[in-house]
Design a protein around this ligand. Structure first.
Ligand code: MN
Ligand code: MN
Length: 337
């Protein structure tokens, strides 16, 4: 065959509808207009990252409504485009991406919902290859996706490293007699060996706390806390850098509670806490994580009924995009297929 000097662009790994022919406001909403997983053509198999919803909010301790989060985020994500300017990455070029629908839920039982969601998640795509990004739902649902991710990665001894964005620690004990609430997903994940508390950082933590003892669990188990206040200083940012250097290429899970963003920017959430990141500051911190070897992620706690103008769902859609772009830029750095 004759050689050509014209560089050949590799085919896109994800085919997106052409927005100049099919308007973004028309058709059935899937996350970022990715194809439904059952419609992904064979040449784009196996899917690299599958997004799915966990429409459950039975784990909340304050305002309910996050069960409507996945639908709102799907809708808000129609204007997400594939090229990330700052990372210089085209997520549709790097990855085959798909929407795997919603997990089943059992609205009257926290534990049964988490088990059902986990079983569903374990079957998505090609389990040893396809990585999962779950959209909540309240933060209790993260446990299901963490457990599924850990099992799909071959149950690594010592657990996964963890980057946790949140106003709250989420390592509490039982509340109203229920231990599987949105205040305790990491307590369970740590106690079951799914994540390693000594390779876990909680970013954006801020008050008020119930008691100063709330910090005890993190201190006893070695979770690194970088408060919102810390993040306003160079020293705080260096601590995040040091953490990332310390975990290096370890398999890492990223969990993003939208309430780490200030309610002025993300009011649609169940346990709002003033004085957090602006949306732009949260993106900067996410971009700082380039290089982390992400093997799973979630975005949780969007409560559409409290979300004027849909700004929280829109922020969550952009966080999803930031996570996929992070994974895209990091996949090259980690020399992974
Ligand atoms: Mn949380
Ligand atoms: Mn929170």
């Amino acid at each position: 065959m004759a050689m050509s000097n014209t560089p050949v662009k590799p085919p896109l790994r994800t085919t997106l509808p052409n927005a100049r022919e099919f308007p973004r406001f028309a058709g059935i909403s899937t996350f970022c207009r990715f194809p439904l997983i059952d419609t992904v053509p064979s040449e784009q198999q196996p899917v690299d990252w599958a997004l799915y919803g966990i429409p459950y909010d039975g784990g909340v301790t304050y305002r309910p409504g996050a069960r409507f989060g996945p639908r709102a985020v799907r809708d808000a994500s129609q204007y997400i485009k594939p090229v990330h300017l700052e990372h210089g990455a085209n997520i549709a070029q790097v990855f085959s991406l798909a929407d795997a629908g919603d997990s089943p839920v059992k609205p009257y039982s926290c534990k049964e919902t988490l088990d059902a969601a986990c079983e569903f998640a374990k079957t998505i795509g090609q389990p040893s290859h396809t990585k999962l990004l779950a959209v909540g739902g309240d933060h209790s649902t993260a446990y299901a996706n963490i457990r599924a991710t850990w099992e799909r990665r071959g149950k690594p001894k010592g657990g996964l490293a963890m980057i946790h964005f949140d106003a709250h620690l989420d390592t509490a004990g039982p509340i109203w007699g229920e231990s599987w609430t949105h205040a305790s997903p990491f307590k369970h994940a740590i106690e079951e060996g799914l994540i390693d508390p000594k390779r876990m950082v909680s970013i954006g933590i801020r008050g008020p706390l119930n008691t100063a003892d709330d910090l005890q669990y993190a201190h006893v188990h070695g979770i690194q806390i970088v408060t919102y206040e810390d993040c306003t200083t160079d020293a705080g940012i260096s601590r995040i850098d040091d953490f990332l250097e310390r975990i290096g290429p370890d398999e890492t899970y990223l969990t993003f509670d939208i309430d780490c963003i200030d309610p002025a920017f993300a009011p649609g959430t169940g346990t709002p806490c003033c004085g957090g990141f602006s949306t732009a500051e949260a993106f900067d911190l996410l971009r700082l994580c380039a290089g982390a070897n992400l093997v799973g992620a979630d975005v949780v706690e969007v409560l559409p009924d409290r979300d004027p103008a849909g700004i929280t769902a829109l922020a969550a859609a952009h966080v999803m995009f930031e996570i996929l772009a992070l994974a895209a830029v990091s996949s090259g750095l980690n020399d992974e297929s």
